[in-house]
Design a protein around this ligand. Sequence first.
Ligand code: NOJ
Ligand code: CA
Length: 676
Amino acid sequence: MSGLIAAGLFLMLAAWSAHGAEVAKVASPNGRIEVQLDLDGDGRLSYSVQRDGKRIIAPSHLGFIFRNARQLLRNLSLSGQSTRSHDSHWEQPWGERRVIRDHYNELRAQFVEKDHDRRRFDMVFRVFDDGLGFRYDVPEQATLREAQIVQELTEFAIEPAATAWWIPALQWNREEYLYQRTPLAEVGIAQTPLTLRTEGGLHLSLHEAALIDYAGMNLQRGEGQVLRAALTPGSPTPVVRTTPFVTPWRSITISDDAAGLVDSNLILNLNEPNRLGDVSWFKPAKYVGVWWSLHLDQQSWATGPKHGATTENTRRYIDFAAENGFRGVLVEGWNPGWDGDWFANGWGFDFTRATPDFDLPALTAYAAGKGVHLIGHHETACAVSHYERQLDKALDLDAQHGIDVVKTGYVCDAGQIERQDTPDGPILREWHEGQWMSRHNQRVLEAAAKRHIAINSHEPMKDTGLRRTWPNWVSREGARGMEYNAWAQPPNPPEHAVNLVYTRLLAGPMDYTPGIVSLTGRNGQEIPSTLARQLALYVAIYSPIQMVADLPEHYAQHAEAFQFIKDVAVDWEQSQTLAGEVGEYAAIARQQRGSDIWFIGAINDRHARDLKLSLGFLAPNTRYRAEIYRDGEGANWQGEARFRMTREQRTVSRSDALSLWLAGGGGAAVRLVPVK
Ligand code: NOJ
Ligand code: CA
């Protein structure tokens, strides 16, 4: 009995000290989200978040563990605080929407250690109507000159029971996993963005913004529903920074529904404004290339009889692009280094010259005559220092040849990036999302921007909205893309692309490479998708560069579907998620930039469903011709039924609702053109 009383007393004390005393707070402009900072009896700092008076984040600790100094997390006191409000609009040079509102209340709370070295840091919270971001701002100080950060002790103690959509972190295959849907309490160590739906139906996305000169943050589950930052490793410490420095923003997007997560601009708003000025030299566009035939193993990256990147074959693709109005032609395998086991020999790649059977100057001239641009390809196979040594020369070569988009690649297992600081120094191993790679990406971006070249990185560091600051980082992979449908077991199941909309895509654009109208991978493997869905992907998965990924001969066999691919826009005036549930379906409407034409893309999981989409987003007093590409009767993602597609036309206006049936693994693509 007395044991029980003692235990009860202990719990009460623990609860009291965990709560601590409120030292600062700030609310969103509409007042619905409130953030509170507490210091407990030990001087431990925590934050908590409420929405509509209900707690979503229970008190969650903040702090650092250093390699070269004592940890910074106890004995803290508040030394000052200030608040400010901000409300402005800014324009994206390209994007899902032209105008973005940046509206928040900010709290800066300053903390100092009560004893020892009296080290200091500020916590900055920005609270928007659709969530919040916070970061550590560590000023210059004599007692903390260099911070070797072993771990950031940031916690996210999710209060209501929640379901999570997540992929594992720190596993061999980087970001290329199928999403798991589990109770949050069963998450192990996850990457961000991590998506949550609470029992009450609230939707949350945990991620980060402005990941610059720092390690990517993963989330490791502690007890119950507590998630803790787990920084990506680095040699020898995840992060080394000299004060003053700021961490990336830790972000929590909050919405009543799934659509609200997709339409949020929180991540972009937390990034710094454009530093490149006028980037009208980057043209959002569609592109074609030998890519799919390489993944089908019909052609090869390596030189020899199957070589895809030959002068003759590339000419064929330039013709195909010009005939159909596509701007880009991607040629992988154009440079020396692919012969043999390139995976294992990134040090053999040369980015400064082409293979003998690829006449770069002649092709450039040929393409230019047709208004087409070659897209460069720099596959590093993770010999990143080797790539950096060639970077300037390689980008000069591209610029000389009118190549203004370069796809980069970092194929190797996680943790196997090869870094060599001096020509005969040791090879150090780094992670794709480590601090060293964030610096590498910065070097590439800046070197490319100087030459008016845009970057599309594969096996990238996760997107944290840096496209706002460096709008030449136009797209990236960073998830299981279409290539898995060529050769993987299993291929991407129907729910995968839908999951992407509510997870990976919350971070930013993805080069998924849609449009495989042949719906067939290597050795006849069926792609789990209907034909209409391949079209819908161009709208549902946002990227300012979209590949028209299938072979020209396959498009010739699907002229009707190809028409939509030719028509669909890649740059948008505005975007709106019309309906959807995480992992089940998504229907997104987008208005073409500089035009009155709208598009809708709807994609579905494996369960057929009926959608009724309000067209209230259309302009008033205008009738539109709706060109509808939808799943035909009996369509399904398996067997011959996946090719069943119906194209029909209707006249609609904003007072109408569009009824669409989506097959299992299906979708619908609609183009809405104003009629006089
Ligand atoms: C993996 C990329 O995702 C793919 O698009 C590319 O073709 C290969 N690496 C070769 O670089
Ligand atoms: Ca890949």
